[in-house]
Design a binder for this molecule. Structure first.
Ligand SMILES: [Zn+2]
Length: 426
């Protein structure tokens, strides 16, 4: 048994925010009661004193790259999930663009076997939408669902054609799987390494316009209307895309979206000739960031997702033009959300917890709450713990973060997965 006592329990599912004790037996929560009331019932239980900390349902990351199988020099399921636990995540959804691509049940089973053997947190694989994510033929979606995928995506790129995207949506709808779309018109984005604008011109770097994203979002919203599929827009970065999602929601379509911490923190003007500022979608314009903050506050955005994208130094430490897209995300996500959203008073703590928990759970058609009988997946964090991010201390195998050296207020203090302490800050 594990007793987490005296914490400020913030549970978006019930809307409660109060000092509570939580008693865990084995893998499940067995009791939640006012702080101080469970000490007698928990004789012999391991005790975690969460006084001064927030206790939230376990964080879910809808978008991560764990690089295994095939790119283990950048990350493995073991190192990636250790970084996830340090970031407060109890479950991570891993994108299928591994080598080989997770487009069939044997790769899905391999990932889940590796997770069982050495993962710190739950691993929920996302299967490819098309075979090899090549955009030509459907992947083995039904067999992968049987094996345990939670969604489909050709992430790294969009589902290549409207015709194929329609087929994927029709098929996924029959299996009740969300389709997660990396929205990008590849003809408009071809050759681009950052967002098109004054900064890209000044830096002499090829830019992609916001429309490259929004055009693809519009296409897929139309197809979601046609097929009644569940469509989730990954790493949404542009105001125009958010407007599409807002209208789709108003029409009653099952369309959701996620925003990354780097897109609500940084803008194109922050880009340096340094590949740690190169990601896809690229850092957007100031007015896009303002729109994302609005969408995070008003409920249009469903989840904060990291797009954790490790690349080993040998790949990333090259000229900006030649470097691969992507940055680390797990270990700085909560701290950036507190810094950008909660501490300035833009968004309530309850809403931020929702964006990390019930929000992403809903995208996957799951529940997330702190109640008897529920899995004991819990994230304990401090709102004010002062620390500095040193990427060289990261659990990840890679070092590609633009936030190295940044000072933060607030951090995960413990990550509990199925009643087991997967991470504890010392
Ligand atoms: Zn992507």
């Amino acid at each position: 048994m594990l007793l987490i006592k005296n914490g400020r329990v913030v549970d978006p599912a019930s809307g409660s925010d109060a000092a509570r004790d939580i008693l865990v037996d084995g893998e499940k929560v067995v009791e939640v009661a006012p702080a101080g009331s469970l000490a007698g019932r928990a004789q012999g239980a391991e005790t975690f004193d969460a006084a001064g900390f927030v206790v939230a349902p376990g964080f879910i990351d809808l978008h991560a790259h764990l690089r295994e199988p095939g790119q283990e020099s950048s990350e493995t399921i073991e190192t990636g999930t250790r970084a996830a636990a340090r970031g407060g995540f109890t479950a991570v959804c891993c994108m299928p663009n591994t080598k080989p691509v997770n487009d069939n049940a044997s790769v899905t089973r391999f990932i889940l076997d590796r997770a069982r053997a050495g993962a710190s947190v739950r691993v929920w694989p996302i299967g490819a939408a098309s075979a090899g994510s090549k955009g030509e033929a459907l992947a083995e979606i039904a067999a992968m669902r049987e094996a345990g995928i939670v969604a489909v995506s050709d992430d790294g790129k969009p589902i290549a054609t409207a015709k194929l995207a329609r087929q994927v949506m029709e098929y996924s709808r029959s299996l009740d799987l969300p389709v997660i779309e990396h929205s990008e018109d590849v003809s408009l984005a071809a050759g681009a390494v950052m967002r098109e604008g004054v900064t890209s011109i000044r830096m002499g770097l090829a830019g992609m316009p916001a429309a490259a994203e929004a055009i693809c979002v519009a296409r897929d919203v139309q197809l979601a209307a046609l097929t009644e599929a569940r469509l989730h827009i990954a790493h949404l970065s542009a105001k125009a895309s958010l407007d599409e999602v807002r209208r789709a929601k108003q029409r009653g379509l099952r369309v959701t979206c996620e925003v990354t911490p780097h897109h609500f923190t940084l803008i194109d003007e922050d880009v340096r000739y340094d590949s740690r500022f190169k990601m896809n979608p690229p850092l957007a314009a100031r007015e896009d960031r303002e729109a994302l903050l609005q969408g995070l506050a008003d409920g249009t955005v469903d989840a904060i997702a990291t797009d954790h994208a490790p690349h080993e130094p040998a790949l990333k430490d090259v000229e900006f033009d030649r470097a691969p897209f992507g940055i680390l995300g797990f270990e700085t996500a909560l701290a950036l959300a507190l810094e950008q959203l909660v501490h300035p008073g833009r968004i309530s703590l309850m809403r931020v917890v929702e964006l990390f928990t019930t929000g992403p759970a809903r995208v996957l058609g799951r529940e997330r709450k702190i109640a008897p009988g529920q899995p004991a997946d819990l994230t304990v964090f401090s709102m004010d713990h002062a620390w500095t991010y040193d990427v060289n201390q990261s659990a990840s195998r890679s070092r590609n973060s633009p936030f190295d050296g940044r000072g933060f207020q607030g951090a995960p203090m413990a990550t509990i997965v199925g009643g087991r302490v997967a991470y504890r800050r010392t």
